[in-house]
Design a protein around this ligand. Structure first.
Ligand code: AMP
Length: 486
C-alpha cells in the first residue's frame, strides 16, 4: 500500500496563529448533525484549530488520516468530530456494539480522550468506556458486556478482554491510534499489532492515526494497517512553545539538589513539574522536597495506578503544588497553569525536552522552563539543542542560590520483587508472555503458572488456589502477585 503523497503541511509561519489557536473554520460550516454541533458549542468549541481544519474534512469524507500533531493542538476533536458525525448518520448500526476503538499508550490519555468525547458527545446518547489496566477489572468487563459504542483503551487490558471474548474487535468500524510514537516508545507495538490484526480489514473500516512525529517506524505501521492514509501535519515552527522562558544552569550533580532548593525559594512559582530521568531520582527528590517542607509528590511508571491517578487529579485541581515525574507524565496530559517546568536531569531523548517543556505555557499562558545541566547528563545537551535548533540561554548561578540540605539521606525501600529466601514463590500474571519475560528477567527459579487461572484477576485467583497473598506490584499496567506457594 502507498500513502498519499499529497501532504498537507502547515508550518505555522510567524504571522499565523499557533497550531493550538482555534481560529479556523467554524464547526457550524461542516454540516455536522445538530446534536454534535450543540455538544461542541457547549464545550467551548466554535472554530477549528489547524489540525482540525485539515483532518476533519478528510475524516468526514471517510478517508483514512495519518496526522502529525502533538497534544494540545486539538487532535482529539480532529478525530472525534468525523467519527461522531458518521455514527449519527449510520442508520444500520446497532447501538451498544463497539464500533469505535481509540487506542492510546497511557491510561491518562485514554481518560482524557474519554472526557473530551463525553463533553463533545454529550447529546449523542452514545455509551462510551475507557478501558485500561490496574483498576476496575470487573466493572470495565461488566460495562463492556452491557454494550458500549465507543471504547478508549490502552493495549494491555484490551487484549485481555479480547482474549476472554468480552470485547469483540470485529465490530470496529472506526479505529484511532493516538500517540503512535509513544506506543512504540513504551514497548506496546507488539500488543498494538495483535489488536490491529483482529480488526476488520483496513478497507472495511476508517482508520486514523496521530503521532507527534510521523517517523519511519510509524509510517510503516500506517502502510500496514491503513487504507491510503492522507497525511496532515501541524509542526510548530519552533519546537518549543514561544511563550516559555527557557533557562539553563550548569552545576555538578553533587550540588544539584542545593540549586533546586534555591530556585524553589527564589522563583515565583504557583505549580511546578520537576522531571528526572530515572524512577529512583523521582523517589529521592520527592522525599527530599517533602523533608524540606514542600508539598511535593513523585509519580512514575512504578507507582500503583490508582495512586498515580489520584496524584494527577490532586495536581490538576491545584491541591498538590509540586509533582516530580519521569517522562511517562510528560506527554499527553493537559494540566493548565503549570508555572514552572524544571528539568532536574537533561533528558536523553530531545523530544522529551519538548514534551516536558510543553507542560507549561499552555493555553496561551506564560511559563518558565528551567534545566539543570550536571556532569552526569551534560552529554545529552548538544542533542537537545540541535533538535531545538537553538541554544538554551545559560544563567550563571550565584553562590546564594545553592541552599544547604541537612535532611536525612533517602533510603530506597526494599523492592517487593526481590524478596527471596528459603521459599519458592509463584508470580501470577494474567499474561503468559509476561511470565516468560519475568522468568528471563528474574533469573532464578520461578514457576510459570498460566493455565487454568490465566486471565483471572489476582484477587480472584488467590482464594481459589488457597494460597496466601504476600504482595503485589504493578508494572507496565499489569498486576503481578507474589505469593508463598503451598
Ligand atoms: P488535544 O490536543 O486534542 O488534546 O486538545 C487540547 C485541549 O484543547 C483540549 O482540552 C480541548 O478541550 C481543547 N480544544 C481542542 N480543540 C478546540 C477548539 N477547536 N476550540 C476550543 N478548545 C479546543
Amino acid at each position: 500500500m502507498e500513502t498519499n503523497e499529497n501532504v498537507t503541511t502547515a508550518q505555522n509561519p510567524p504571522h499565523q496563529p499557533s497550531p493550538e489557536a482555534p481560529v479556523g473554520t467554524p464547526f457550524a460550516d461542516f454540516n455536522l448533525p445538530e446534536p454534535l454541533l450543540r455538544g461542541l458549542h457547549e464545550s467551548g468549541y466554535e472554530r477549528c484549530t489547524l489540525i482540525q481544519e485539515q483532518a476533519i474534512p478528510l475524516g468526514l469524507q471517510g478517508l483514512d488520516v495519518a496526522g502529525e500533531a502533538q497534544t494540545g493542538t486539538g487532535k482529539t476533536a480532529a478525530f472525534l468530530v468525523p467519527i461522531f458525525a458518521h455514527l449519527l448518520r449510520d442508520k444500520s448500526r446497532t447501538p451498544g456494539e463497539p464500533n469505535v476503538l481509540i487506542i492510546s499508550p497511557t491510561r491518562e490519555l485514554a481518560l482524557q480522550i474519554m472526557q473530551d468525547a463525553q463533553a463533545i458527545g454529550r447529546h449523542l446518547g452514545l455509551k462510551m468506556l475507557a478501558v485500561f489496566g490496574g483498576v476496575d477489572y470487573r466493572k470495565q468487563a461488566q460495562a463492556l458486556k452491557e454494550g458500549v459504542d465507543l471504547v478508549a483503551a490502552t493495549p494491555g487490558r484490551l487484549i485481555d478482554y479480547t482474549k476472554q471474548g468480552i470485547f469483540n474487535p470485529r465490530h470496529i468500524k472506526y479505529l484511532v491510534v493516538d500517540e503512535a510514537d509513544r506506543l512504540f516508545d513504551m514497548g506496546f507495538i507488539a500488543d498494538l499489532r495483535w489488536i490491529l490484526r483482529r480488526l476488520p480489514p483496513y478497507d472495511k473500516r476508517q482508520s486514523m492515526l496521530f503521532s507527534a512525529t510521523l517517523g519511519y517506524r510509524v509510517l510503516e505501521l500506517t502502510y500496514e494497517f491503513m487504507n491510503l492514509p492522507r497525511r496532515v501535519s501541524v509542526m510548530p515552527q519552533t519546537r518549543t512553545v514561544s511563550q516559555v522562558t527557557q533557562e539553563l544552569y550548569h552545576c555538578s550533580s553533587f550540588e544539584k539538589l542545593n540549586l533546586l532548593l534555591g530556585l524553589l525559594k527564589h522563583e515565583d512559582w504557583s505549580r511546578v513539574m520537576i522531571f528526572t530521568n530515572t524512577k529512583r531520582a523521582v523517589d529521592r527528590l520527592a522525599f527530599k522536597l517533602q523533608a524540606h517542607g514542600y508539598p511535593a509528590e513523585g509519580t512514575s511508571g512504578d507507582i500503583n495506578q490508582v495512586k498515580r491517578l489520584k496524584l494527577m487529579e490532586r495536581f490538576k485541581s491545584g491541591e498538590l503544588k509540586i509533582l516530580v515525574a519521569t517522562n511517562v507524565a510528560a506527554r499527553g496530559l493537559h494540566i493548565e497553569d503549570v508555572s514552572h517546568v524544571i528539568n532536574y536531569d537533561v533528558p536523553s531523548d530531545p523530544e522529551d525536552y519538548v514534551h516536558r517543556v510543553g507542560r507549561t505555557a499552555r493555553a496561551g499562558a506564560v511559563g518558565k522552563a528551567i534545566t539543570l545541566c550536571c556532569d552526569e547528563y551534560a552529554t545529552h545537551l548538544p542533542y537537545v539543542e540541535e533538535f531545538l535548533g537553538d541554544k538554551i540561554p545559560v544563567v550563571f548561578a550565584e553562590d546564594e542560590l545553592f541552599l544547604p540540605d541537612d535532611t536525612p539521606e533517602y533510603r530506597r525501600p526494599p523492592r517487593q520483587a526481590q524478596i527471596e529466601g528459603q521459599f519458592r514463590w509463584t508470580l501470577f500474571s494474567g499474561f503468559a508472555q509476561d511470565l516468560q519475560r519475568l522468568l528471563i528477567r528474574f533469573n532464578r527459579p520461578v514457576i510459570p503458572f498460566h493455565s487454568a487461572l490465566q486471565n483471572t484477576p489476582i484477587e480472584g485467583c488467590l482464594p481459589k488456589m488457597g494460597v496466601q497473598f504476600q504482595s503485589a506490584f504493578i508494572r507496565d499496567e499489569r498486576l503481578f502477585g507474589l505469593v508463598h506457594r503451598r
